[in-house]
Design a binder for this molecule. Sequence first.
Ligand code: FAQ
Length: 332
Amino acid sequence: MYTQGLNIEAGDKSIPIERDEGERARRFQAKIDAEQRIEPNDWMPEGYRKTLIRQIGQHAHSEIVGMGPEGNWITRAPSLRRKTILLAKVQDECGHGLYLYAAAETLGVSREEMIDQLLAGKAKYSSIFNYPTTTWADVGAIGWLVDGAAIMNQIPLCRCSYGPYARAMVRVCKEESFHQRQGFELMLVLCRGTAEQKRMAQDALNRWWWPVVMMFGPSDADSVHSAQSTRWKIKRVSNDELRQRFIDVTVPQAQFLGLTIPDPELRWDEASGHWRHGPIDWSEFNAVVAGNGPCNAERLRHRRKVHAEGAWVREAALAHAAKRAARTRSAA
Ligand code: FAQ
């Protein structure tokens, strides 16, 4: 695994071994407070390591499972241009998953373990990927809204205290920005097209809006990990604040498209300078996260199928690597 070159047990050499855990923890927090990055071989509290493995693992799984809903439309894209754009985008999401698995591996967990957990239904991934893509406009809505929300969440992660995660996010955000623009442009073409195309775009917005608003996670009052993750500077901006930022940026975009956000209570609040939204149906979010969304079973079934079908590729790659290693050894 990627961590082979790492010395996870070594800890921070600057701290004499006899110093107690409390002193190590104080030094660790002081480093974070001073905006210094934590790197794989640095000493870190077990809770910090576990939190990062949980979050980066969930993030990686989201990218991989997230290839499915749009991948579903590659063969039916309406033109060669749209097909190449969509192929590139879905491939990018796969790449994001790989950077993230590699970042998680620096914390001492292997990619195989993480994937086994996903396939066993024990690992979480983003709620948003449990909704179906029923029309071509859904590809536009995902790029515009889902990638738009992902960027909003990931920009602050570029300043996360853990070096490998923060660095992976820089490239991911650049690519997500292209994804968001292609989605918005697709929606723009539909909205400037026939009445039927515009209806299709509105229908996609109606179905994706609330699931996207929920993507940012539970409200701050119900977010169990936020307080600690904020102290550790893994999280820089709260769930509700990011949700609000996303809504403030997206409402004018919907207006530009001539589309209506499906929230009758949405209103501009002059005093605060924010768009105020109606109540979020958290029972839907909880059901989807618990595995009972419209496509949870289908997504896992698909991942298990493609994992089994890809077994020969993994075996061939390992055999090739072993052959090369043997050749290098005999040449030495
Ligand atoms: N879905 O205490 P918090 C993308 C869980 S990438 C499912 O607030 P935290 C790119 C949470 O895990 C999208 N579960 O937790 C793309 C926790 O459960 P646990 C993924 C959710 O970690 C585009 C519990 O609720 N992005 O879209 C969700 O402090 C197009 C309590 O929540 C990331 O993963 C949810 N939406 O904050 C790909 C970004 N929200 O673990 C393909 C990195 C919360 O205790 C196509 N992650 N939960 O069992 C994060 O920033 C954070 O983990 C949050 C949650 C903000 C998601």
